[in-house]
Design a protein around this ligand. Structure first.
Ligand SMILES: NC(=O)c1ccc[n+]([C@@H]2O[C@H](COP(=O)([O-])OP(=O)(O)OC[C@H]3O[C@@H](n4cnc5c(N)ncnc54)[C@H](O)[C@@H]3O)[C@@H](O)[C@H]2O)c1
Length: 365
């Protein structure tokens, strides 16, 4: 008999999202099966995405959030397909869930794996490992603005896209990042803005950062402009531990981080509602990769790493650690997809991950 059953809503959505969610589910089910009944997953899959849009005119059903709300967590693939404008697909599904469930903290670890070559020279001499903490509810993705004056004729339209920075929003993400920094061997938090050019919202962010920092004297801090931070990711990555930034800046920096770790296909993320009023959502950082969708070539490691973040959130840290070890064992053994220089397909990597789980005993990891 299973002692604890977690209800998980799976939303594979589009393109390689379907392939990597299937891989992640297989790995999680294997983990549960090996737990000797200690825990299990009850999955419900929602067929939302570009196909659903073609059939119904909506990316997800109108009562989608209500139906997702009772779940313990949401396991998401990737959204977007050439048949639907990207802003429609993103706002109609992923952002609708993130905003609707106030998942204001987006955690994106940049994790370097054995057997995966980094384009960074310094990766040969240093142990590199940092986490990007992204403000996930406001900033540049607040969705405020509009388009008007199209009646002026061709070339006459205007668009306004406003960023929103609230003191509450800045403070909660900065505080979250400080707390995370405290759990790491290097207690350091880097705050990223572009406050020299954006003199309202980002200056407010900088001021909140300085105010909250005073409460964490044990954490080393720095404030870095986003352009300088992108250079630092490449030139001095060994100096990073936790990096906190706005919605747009952290989105871009985390893709840079995952490319430096070897591939976008490796990067995991968690969209958290830390107060647990709503379910949190776990998804690989990458998109739907239409160029390789359906070919069985997608790297499932980003999705499986996201499953590990989900296990942590569900209160299974030993199982999460076990999953991380299985990932490292798989890459170290050279079972790699093409994006990281190998020849294996999604299924082969998934089988290797499941096989590696077996090598690491049961619950105590
Ligand atoms: N979170 C999301 O759902 C999300 C994120 C980014 C982009 N998108 C959407 O995805 C679609 C494609 O966007 P894009 O091409 O800019 O970004 P993408 O992440 O889909 O692809 C960028 C590159 O990375 C490769 N890649 C991505 N995931 C991979 C994996 N698991 N294994 C191996 N290679 C992988 C792709 O083949 C491609 O060459 C668009 O519709 C976009 O809006 C969605």
């Amino acid at each position: 008999m299973t002692t604890r059953t977690f209800r998980i809503a799976a939303i594979p959505a589009d393109g390689v999202g379907e392939e990597v969610v299937a891989a992640g589910r297989a790995v999680l089910d294997a983990l549960a099966e090996g737990s000797g009944g200690a825990f299990g997953f009850a999955w419900e899959e929602f067929p939302w995405g570009a196909r659903h849009y073609a059939e119904t005119g909506r990316m997800m059903d109108e009562d989608g959030l209500e139906r997702l709300r009772p779940f313990d967590a949401i396991y998401f693939g990737a959204v977007g397909w050439p048949t639907v404008p990207d802003h429609v697909s993103l706002w109609g599904l992923r952002l609708a869930i993130c905003q609707g469930f106030d998942q204001w903290a987006n955690i994106r670890p940049v994790h370097f794996l054995p057997g995966v070559r980094s384009p960074l020279r310094s990766a040969d001499d240093h142990e590199l490992d940092w986490v990007v903490v992204r403000e996930n509810s406001e900033g540049e993705y607040a969705g405020l603005g509009g388009r008007n004056l199209a009646a002026r004729g061709p070339g006459g339209e205007v668009a306004v896209q406003s960023s929103l920075f609230t003191e509450v929003g800045c403070e909660r993400i900065i505080r979250f990042a400080f707390e995370l920094a405290r759990t790491r061997s290097r207690r350091k938090l880097s705050s990223v803005t572009k406050s020299n050019a954006q003199q309202y919202g980002m200056v407010l962010w900088d001021e909140v950062f300085r105010r909250v920092a005073a409460e964490y004297p044990d954490v080393e801090t720095e404030s870095v402009l986003v352009d300088a931070m992108s250079a630092k990711f490449v030139l001095r990555p060994e100096d990073l531990s936790v990096v906190v930034a706005s919605n747009l800046h952290a989105d871009i920096l985390s893709d840079l981080g995952s490319a430096l770790a070897g591939s976008l296909g490796l990067a995991a993320s968690a969209n958290l509602n830390p107060e647990r009023r709503f379910p949190s959502m776990f998804e690989p950082v990458h998109g739907s990769a239409p160029d390789i969708a359906g070919l069985g070539r997608a790297n499932p490691i980003g999705a499986v790493g996201s499953a590990a973040l989900m296990l942590d959130h569900l209160g299974l840290p030993a199982e999460a650690a076990r999953l991380h070890r299985a990932i490292a064992a798989t890459t170290a053994a050279g079972v790699l997809t093409r994006d990281v220089g190998g020849t294996a397909g999604t299924e082969e990597v998934t089988d290797a991950l499941i096989g590696a789980l077996g090598t690491y005993g049961t619950l105590d990891g």
